[in-house]
Design a binder for this molecule. Structure first.
Ligand code: F6R
Length: 260
């Protein structure tokens, strides 16, 4: 794991966007794995800016989102379909036939999940996966106790996650209980994973995921087993890491050829 600690969210978002842009420039038909939520918003804003200022070309890019609420209309403002449309898809030059999110309205969820996995495979696998972390350590919507080898499937949200996301729905009771999410095994197949986390509220989950044991009780800890996982966080999210000074030193002294 490479742990990169930036002083604030702006610097972290700029770096994440630069890393995604580098993948697209190197491979114009890249496959991006995307997350929703508060954490990646600024990264998507920076990508939109790179489209505008540098002509970053998304026309051959394919995207797969991590998750979607079950039973929520894609037009519902809190759906992840609507989120992606609003923050990114409508603002860049994507080929609209190549943006995939799980279908929360599916009438055959197991089939939908199988087809999602097939589609990722047929696209050649995910080149770079953007991830956030739940305050309970979830990754995608793989809540604590999720199988570390899981594939795309239905999951039930914890009360804590429903509370964390209540603001988007105007109350906890309105947050759906079920979601379709890529599994931890699906996420681990991505060639590169970037986990982002900002703010004091994420500090415990980040410390458990990075420095604790690999355990299904902290699903994000599975990234310790990933050969190319980057944890990109701000000072506050890093505040419970025991080896924060070491990670800072390593990053500041990377050989020039390794710099991002
Ligand atoms: C979103 C997702 C979740 C979020 C996590 C953090 O697609 O899969 O794992 O990344 O719940 O959410 P925020 O960023 O809102 O704190």
């Amino acid at each position: 794991m490479e742990v990169i600690i930036k002083p604030d969210t702006h610097a972290a978002a700029r770096l994440a966007a630069r890393k995604i842009a580098a993948v697209i420039r190197e491979k114009p038909g890249a496959v991006l794995g995307l997350a929703t939520g508060r954490t990646p918003v600024e990264t998507y804003e920076r990508l939109v800016e790179l489209r505008r200022t540098e002509g970053l070309d998304f026309s051959r890019v394919t995207t797969f989102n991590l998750d979607e609420y079950v039973g929520l209309d894609p037009k519902h403002p809190a759906s992840y379909h609507a989120y992606m449309e609003g923050v990114l898809f409508s603002k860049i030059n994507l080929d609209r036939g190549r943006n995939y999110l799980p279908d929360g309205l599916s009438t055959d969820v197991p089939k939908t999940c199988r087809e999602y996995e097939d589609r990722i495979r047929a696209a050649g696998g995910i080149d770079i996966q953007i991830l956030g972390i739940g305050s309970d350590g979830h990754l995608g919507f793989n809540e604590p106790s999720s199988s570390l080898a899981s594939r795309t499937r239905i999951k039930t949200l914890t009360d804590r996650t429903r509370k964390d996301n209540a603001a988007f729905f105007g109350g906890e009771d309105k947050v759906p209980r079920h979601v379709i999410t890529m599994g931890l095994g699906t996420i681990m197949d991505a060639r590169v994973c970037i986990l982002m986390a900002f703010g004091r509220k994420k500090a415990t989950a980040v410390a458990q995921a990075v420095e604790g044991p690999v355990t299904a009780m902290v699903p994000a800890s599975i990234l310790q087993m990933h050969p190319a996982a980057i944890v990109l966080i701000d000072d506050e999210a890093a505040s419970e890491l025991k080896r924060a000074d070491y990670y800072r030193w390593v990053y500041d002294h990377k050989p020039a050829w390794q710099k991002d």
